[in-house]
Design a protein. Structure first.
Length: 322
């Protein structure tokens, strides 16, 4: 439990500042989701376990870099030795690419709609993936919604066709239509992550105005039938105003369907920038309850091969962080 406790504390702090040698060779950049933008992030590792730390000058956590990726992490007066892990694209051991850095939706916790992002071409993305193909174990594709869900899906399918001959497992997380799981599966995608986002329908209506969550449950059910248990995931954000009981019910609802929940601590930004960060105590409590629920449902995050459950940088992940 030593690592789990440390990671929960680091997720509560939410960032680190760097002292000593440059960490430019270890920086990753996020262009999608609530954590988009900023000055980049590094991945602090001990053994096979890792945590993603956004770089912020005002952070109370210090990473003293002695060069070559060797660091001392200082948190609350405690020194922890570790290393910085080089990224593939965005995160270690994966090419995690974003097609569109724009989004027409206005989820209140997300910065993407406020950024001047662009839509990358299939050729550009393929070229980037091929530059790191010899040092990655997975490819992950995500996207905002620049115009409509159908257009994002077409580009995603085109990219998958261009890179599937690399023989590297591909995971996809885009905003889906009812047909999306079948189309992705037919092209050889191995895993999908379609996000319910919040613990309750009430919070979804508040946080994602104009969107309908009801079809997502049918899409997730269809995905499990196609991709199998342990290969379908869904983000659930912690810290938007849900109770612990509501979060546990959400975890149970997903697990009962064969979907592994990815419990994502809120990154206070956009319209919820004034919300508090999730405490380490709460993260640890929900982590323990999720671990029990997944075991009862026969689900194992260690069998995931792509995306967030393979990376684990942003969340406490049962089975991998234990």
């Amino acid at each position: 439990m030593e690592w789990v406790n440390l990671k929960a504390r680091l997720l509560e702090k939410g960032s680190a500042r760097v002292e000593g040698a440059s960490v430019a060779a270890y920086l990753g950049q996020s262009t999608a989701g609530p954590g988009a933008g900023g000055s980049g992030s590094v991945f602090f590792t001990r053994g096979e376990r890792r945590v993603r730390l956004p770089i912020r000058e005002e952070s109370p956590v210090v990473l003293l870099h002695r060069g070559g990726g060797v660091v001392t992490l200082v948190i609350d007066g405690e020194n922890v030795e570790g290393t910085l892990e080089k990224v593939g694209l965005h995160c270690p051991r994966q090419a995690y690419v974003t097609i569109s850095e724009q989004c027409i939706h206005r989820c209140r916790y997300c910065m993407v709609p406020f950024q001047q992002g662009r839509m990358k071409t299939v050729g550009e993305l393929e070229a980037r993936i091929r530059t790191v193909q010899n040092r990655i174990d997975a490819i992950a594709i995500t996207s905002g919604v620049a115009a409509n869900e159908g257009e994002e899906e077409k580009v995603t399918l085109s990219l998958v066709r261009r890179i599937r001959n690399l023989g590297i497992p591909i995971g996809v997380s885009i905003y889906p239509r009812e047909e999306t799981p079948g189309l992705l599966h037919a092209e050889g995608v191995k895993e999908v992550k379609f996000n319910v986002e919040t613990a309750t329908d009430r919070l979804f209506t508040q946080m994602c105005p104009g969107l309908d969550r009801d079809p997502m449950w049918r899409i997730l059910d269809r995905s499990v039938a196609l991709f199998g248990e342990n290969h379908v995931f869904s983000n659930v954000i912690i810290g938007l105003g849900e109770t612990d009981s509501e979060m546990v019910t959400s975890i149970e609802n997903l697990a009962d369907r064969g979907v592994i929940p990815v419990l994502r601590p809120l990154q206070p930004a956009a319209a919820v920038a004034h919300y508090p960060r999730v405490s380490a105590r709460r993260l640890l409590s929900l982590y323990g309850q999720e671990e029990d629920i997944l075991k009862k449902a026969g689900l194992d995050p260690r069998k995931a091969r792509t995306m967030c459950l393979a990376c684990t940088g942003c969340d406490l992940t049962p089975g991998r962080d234990t």
